[in-house]
Each structure stands twice: as structure tokens, then as C-alpha cells.
Design a protein around this ligand. Structure first.
Ligand SMILES: O=c1[nH]cnc2c1ncn2[C@H]1C[C@H](O)[C@@H](CO)O1
Ligand SMILES: [Zn+2]
Length: 373
């Protein structure tokens, strides 16, 4: 019996145990995490007629099935429904508050949640009003979670859509609100045909302002996208980055040889925001078992585990960890490693990251290891 199988048999973590671990989430979209019942209620309130069903359970299934299309472009079409019901101040406050509560209920202690302000202007709000509404919702959700004995700290990433032309403006907002809960900037949307270098102006501005940003890269498009995101744009982290495996060759003996870009990513400890279920749905990975995260963790890239879109992927961070534990035999040490990686990679000042690692994450995992031994 291989040592991998032995290890797997002796340390099978349950979903319930994983939920209790103090986790960190760096890649989660606000408009990809609504509760299905909230979508139905908000659609009723604003008179949105486009939903495929008004039954929350059926709606949950519809999103997961529609998103499991094998194509990022079709996956992204499902956001038409969520964005449609997020066009008023009240809706944004509610969705943001519920997001913080749901993440806290899953045991997350620090999260960076992203959304594109430019997609929430159809009800007459301006960009500042959108940002203020979401910030208010996050504070409300943090307070409600605290009242239930759960501590979560919410950070925001402002996203610009890569097919649009508002990235510089959104980058300026990320800087303007950086002392009010906005931790950084991102670009998202269909990758093929929309290289990140189209938004160089925004990235150069952010670098001059000593601001942080991540770029969705290496998901639906390969190495050139990762290379541009790092070497032209100067991204601090990579959203997904799974295709970095295209620059790694593993021989029949299991020995891996890294190309120059893969070496650069590993040497520089570039954080990879990996989202396993989402990658299977969009076709970026064949299955969880075959997801490059197994190899990248073995090779000690700075890998983090994330949800991307909890609604479209019908998942939670705990469920992502449970699936990985099942596929790769991960135990508490592995989960702690992913979590410390994520906390080290957060867009939060160094002393605050350290305080969370030493004050919450390490003691939390130590208690769980002790209790489940
Ligand atoms: O995984 C993704 N890749 C690229 N774009 C994405 C992904 N998940 C969500 N988005 C898009 C759709 C949302 O409307 C937008 C802002 O959150 O970001
Ligand atoms: Zn994403």
C-alpha cells in the first residue's frame, strides 16, 4: 500500500471538522455568492423577470448546471441574473452583509471579496454610492457574525472588467478607498482576446501609488497571459494561474522540470489563487483529482485555496478543502499550510497578517489537531 493511501486512511478529515478551522479566502466574487432565496426576493422587489425559476432550490441547481459548461464565456453568462438584482443600495447592502455572515458561518476569519462597481450602475447609483453600499453591508455582516460569536474581517477588492474601458477609473477608486476597507484591485471577465496589457495605464498608476492588485490570468488562456500579468503589469498575485503547469514537465519517474516562467513564479513566491471546482466547471481542469493544485502543492508553489463563486460552483471554502482532502489525502498540516499561505498573501499590512497567523490561525489549527488526534 502506498504511503499516500495510508496517510489518507489515517487522517480522513470530515467537512464538519474543516468548517471549524480558521480559514482565509482571497478569491471570492460578491456577485457569485448570493443566496438563491435572496435572488428570488430581490428579483420580486425590483421586478426583474429574467430568472429561469422562482424556486430557490431549483435556482441553486440551475446556476450550478449552467455554470458547468466547460467554457469560461458561458460560465460568465450566469452572472447576468445576479448582477441584475444588485442595482440598488438596499440590495447591495443586503448581499454584502449576507456574504460576510455566510463566510463567517463557514469558519473564515479573513476574506477579500471582489466585485466590479461598474456593473452596478443601472439603477442610477454612481460608483461611489455602489462602493459605500457594499462597505456598509460588509460592516453589518461582520457585526452580525460577531453577535453570533464569530470573528471575520472583510476586505474588498475592486474589479474592472477586462473587456471594458474603465480600469483606470476603478483603480483610482481602489486607492481613494484604501483606508476604508478596500484592500486592492483586480481585473476579471473573459480572458481570451482581452490581454491584461490593455489595462497597463491602471496597473502603472497603482504601482506608483504603492497599491496592491491581482489579475485573473492563466485560467482560460495559458502562459502568455500569466507572463503579461507578471512581467508587463506587475501583478502581486494571480487569480487562478492554473495554466502555470504548462511550463512544468514531469517525467515517468515523477521528477518535475520547471521552465523559466514557472521557476520565476515559484522563486518569487507569487501567490496562486486556486479555485478547484470553478476550474472543473470552466474546463480549466479535467477533474478535482487531476487538478494541478496537487502537483503545485508538492512543488511548494505559494498555493492558496478559494471558492471563486460559491453560487455558481455550489460550494464553500470548507467544501473545496474537503474535496481536495479526499482527492489528495490532505491532512491538518496541509490545510494549515494553504491557510498560512493565503494569510501571508493577503493585501493587508504585514503586522496585521502576522497577528492573524499567530493569534487565530495557528492556535485554531493546533486545537483542532489536538482534538482530533
Ligand atoms: O473565474 C472567473 N474568471 C473571470 N471572470 C470572472 C470569474 N468569476 C467571476 N468573474 C467575473 C464575473 C463577475 O460579474 C465579475 C465581477 O465579480 O467577475
Ligand atoms: Zn474569479
Amino acid at each position: 500500500m502506498s504511503s499516500g493511501i495510508l496517510r489518507r486512511m489515517s487522517h480522513q478529515l470530515t467537512l464538519d471538522q474543516i468548517r471549524r478551522a480558521p480559514k482565509v479566502l482571497l478569491h471570492d466574487h460578491l456577485d457569485g455568492g448570493l443566496r438563491p432565496a435572496t435572488i428570488v426576493e430581490l428579483a420580486d422587489a425590483v421586478g426583474y423577470q429574467g430568472l429561469p425559476t422562482k424556486d430557490p432550490d431549483e435556482l441553486a441547481v440551475w446556476f450550478a448546471e449552467a455554470a458547468h459548461s466547460g467554457s469560461l464565456e458561458r460560465y460568465l453568462e450566469t452572472f447576468g441574473h445576479t448582477v441584475a438584482v444588485m442595482q440598488t443600495r438596499d440590495a447591495l447592502v443586503r448581499v454584502a452583509a449576507e456574504c460576510a455572515e455566510d463566510l463567517a458561518a463557514d469558519g473564515i476569519v479573513y476574506a477579500e471579496v471582489r466585485y466590479a462597481p461598474e456593473q452596478h450602475l443601472e439603477g442610477g447609483l454612481d460608483l461611489d454610492e455602489v462602493i459605500l453600499a457594499v462597505q456598509e453591508g460588509f460592516r453589518l455582516g461582520e457585526e452580525r457574525a460577531a453577535a453570533q460569536g464569530r470573528s471575520i474581517r472583510m476586505g474588498t477588492l475592486l474589479t474592472a472588467m477586462r473587456h471594458a474601458a474603465r480600469s483606470r477609473e476603478i483603480a483610482e477608486l481602489a486607492v481613494r478607498y484604501r483606508d476604508h476597507g478596500v484592500a486592492g484591485f483586480d481585473i476579471a471577465g473573459a480572458e481570451a482576446g482581452h490581454p491584461p496589457t490593455r489595462h497597463l495605464d491602471a496597473f502603472e498608476y497603482l504601482r506608483r501609488e504603492n497599491a496592491h492588485f491581482t489579475i485573473h490570468a492563466g485560467e482560460a488562456f495559458g502562459l502568455p497571459s500569466i507572463w503579461e500579468a507578471l512581467q508587463w503589469c506587475g501583478a502581486d498575485r494571480l487569480g487562478h494561474g492554473v495554466r502555470i503547469v504548462d511550463d512544468i514537465e514531469t517525467d515517468t519517474e515523477g521528477v518535475s522540470r520547471l521552465g523559466r516562467l514557472a521557476n520565476y513564479v515559484r522563486d518569487k513566491r507569487v501567490p496562486l489563487e486556486m479555485c478547484p471546482t470553478s476550474n472543473v466547471q470552466t474546463g480549466a481542469a479535467a477533474s478535482i483529482e487531476k487538478h494541478p493544485i496537487g502537483l503545485l502543492r508538492q512543488l511548494r508553489f505559494r498555493v492558496t485555496v478559494n471558492t471563486d463563486n460559491r453560487l455558481q460552483s455550489a460550494t464553500t471554502l470548507s467544501e473545496e478543502f474537503a474535496k481536495l482532502a479526499d482527492a489528495f489525502g490532505y491532512d491538518w498540516d496541509d490545510l494549515q499550510w494553504f491557510t498560512v499561505n493565503a494569510m501571508k498573501s493577503a493585501f493587508l499590512p504585514f503586522d496585521e497578517r502576522l497577528a492573524l497567523i499567530n493569534g487565530q490561525i495557528k492556535p485554531g489549527f493546533a486545537r483542532l489537531k489536538w482534538a482530533t488526534e
